[in-house]
Design a protein around this ligand. Structure first.
Ligand code: EPZ
Length: 420
């Protein structure tokens, strides 16, 4: 288990930081490459644990890949119709999105439930219902799901509607539909930037996709075209760095990002009183004299992203007044607040999805657990503003989503050490 040690920071000079490619877009595009009996080139792919984990699953099935910097070349011409290794699937929840492409390509698949995590049960009932509505047969035994269907599906047109917006559920069915050679309508789809970037990727492969609000009309090609795609910047990484700068009063220019993807965060920044400048592909955070408390309620895109809810909570410990956080996406995401309380934050947990944060409070060092990757990044921010030494266990949770995080923080003047 690796640990981050963060001593008290006298002054973090700030400067510039480049945002890397979106983890939650790249993972899904790697899964999508299983549709293709050939090569896929993906650029701007961060070198992080979750990417390594999904590649490991595909490699064991006969896929091959070569990484040159942030460019990934994947060749799935030798991909075998074998089941993904259950142990490897259990390492990364997003592996569930392998179902759509592998089912479309090979017609059958056995995969274990990807498992829940600290932020919630993470059920896959919406995925299963959608596949069943597409005519797929699913047998569940001892936590494994066996999917099968006969191509071509009996009906020339399939239509599915998600009862609740699900990001990977939408992506899973998009990839399945892309591999069928008939019209598929997906209603109440997720429209996160990562989903829209996946659609751009699939269109390059020759998939016809029409979008109207949350309604997608998909028509897969007889023959895919090879795809060469630049992954969008990671809006959650960009938002996390912006919140770090605002919390620590660090003058920071965040480059290679898409400001439009963070519109809702920037609106909240304005209400809090965070000073910033927006450029075409950068966001510059300035020192802000006074931070004011606000209420945050997470929603599906374009609402406030649940993955920025933990980081913004640290900023709210430095804002004058009482802030209210309402986590509407996951049923158990507020666990990190207990860790912040160990550092001196004054928090009142009203329910597993609602809390009050009283500011402004000085944070002090503590030994804390990084529960999930977003909570881990949150505790890094808290450690960088606390007036004592902070030790964060399970640093590998942070490595899942942020490449070389300590090196990049050192480059803006932070003192942080990784201890194996
Ligand atoms: C994606 O997870 C992201 N992961 C998550 O990022 C992100 O927090 C989440 O979307 C919400 O934006 C990837 O894209 C790889 P959902 P996903 O299905 O797709 C419930 C990170 O840190 N639900 O949109 O798993 C679910 O429990 C991760 O990068 C069902 O009930 O989330 C949740 O309450 C964390 N049944 C809500 O829907 C289902 O079948 C939204 O989940 C599926 C989901």
């Amino acid at each position: 288990m690796a640990q981050f040690i963060i001593p008290p920071q006298k002054h973090i000079k700030g400067g510039k930081i480049n945002v890397l490619g979106a983890k939650n877009a790249a993972i899904i595009m790697i899964a999508a490459s299983c549709l293709f009996n050939g090569k896929t080139i993906l650029d701007n792919v961060p070198d992080i644990l979750d990417i390594q984990r999904i590649l490991e699953i595909i490699k064991k099935m006969g896929g091959r890949f070569r990484r040159t910097g942030h460019c990934l070349e994947i060749d799935n011409s030798e991909l075998q119709p074998v089941n993904p290794d259950p142990k490897l699937v259990g390492n990364i929840r997003a592996s569930i999105v392998l179902t759509g492409p592998l089912l479309a390509r090979f017609g059958k698949l056995k995969i274990p439930h990807p498992g829940g995590c600290v932020i919630g049960q993470r059920p896959i009932d919406l995925h299963l219902k959608a596949f069943k509505d597409m005519g797929v047969k699913i047998k569940e035994t001892n936590g494994f799901f066996e999917f099968s269907f006969l191509k071509p599906l009996k009906k020339p047109l399939s239509a599915i509607k998600f009862n609740k917006v699900t990001v990977t559920g939408t992506e899973n069915l998009l990839l399945f539909a892309a591999g069928l050679n008939h019209k598929v309508i997906i209603e109440n789809a997720a429209i996160e930037p990562e989903v829209i970037d996946l659609i751009k990727f699939l269109k390059k492969a020759g998939v016809k996709i029409g979008i109207k609000n949350r309604r997608f009309v998909v028509f897969g090609p007889r023959q895919f075209k090879p795809v060469n795609h630049l992954v969008i910047p990671d809006r959650i990484e960009a938002g996390t760095f912006a919140i770090l700068a605002a919390t620590g009063q660090i003058p920071l220019r965040i480059n290679q990002m898409v400001p439009e993807h963070l519109e809702v965060l920037l609106n909240v920044f304005q209400k809090i009183g965070v000073k910033f400048i927006i450029g075409k592909n950068f966001l510059e955070i300035k020192k802000s004299p006074e931070l004011k408390a606000v209420d945050i309620s997470t929603e599906v895109y374009p609402g406030f992203p649940t993955d920025l809810e933990p980081p913004i909570a640290v900023l709210l410990t430095q804002a004058k007044g009482t802030s209210r956080i309402r986590e509407n996406i996951f049923e158990n995401r507020l666990g990190y607040l207990e860790e912040l309380k160990k550092m001196g934050a004054e928090v009142k947990i009203i329910s597993p999805q609602e809390a009050l944060i009283y500011g402004k409070r000085r944070l002090h060092g503590a030994r804390i657990e990084s529960l999930d990757l977003r909570a881990g990044a949150t505790l890094l921010i808290a450690g960088l503003i606390s007036n004592g030494t902070t030790k964060i266990n399970h640093a590998e949770n942070i490595d899942r989503g942020y490449e070389q995080i300590e090196k990049r923080l050192k480059n803006i003047g932070a003192k942080i050490q990784r201890v194996r």
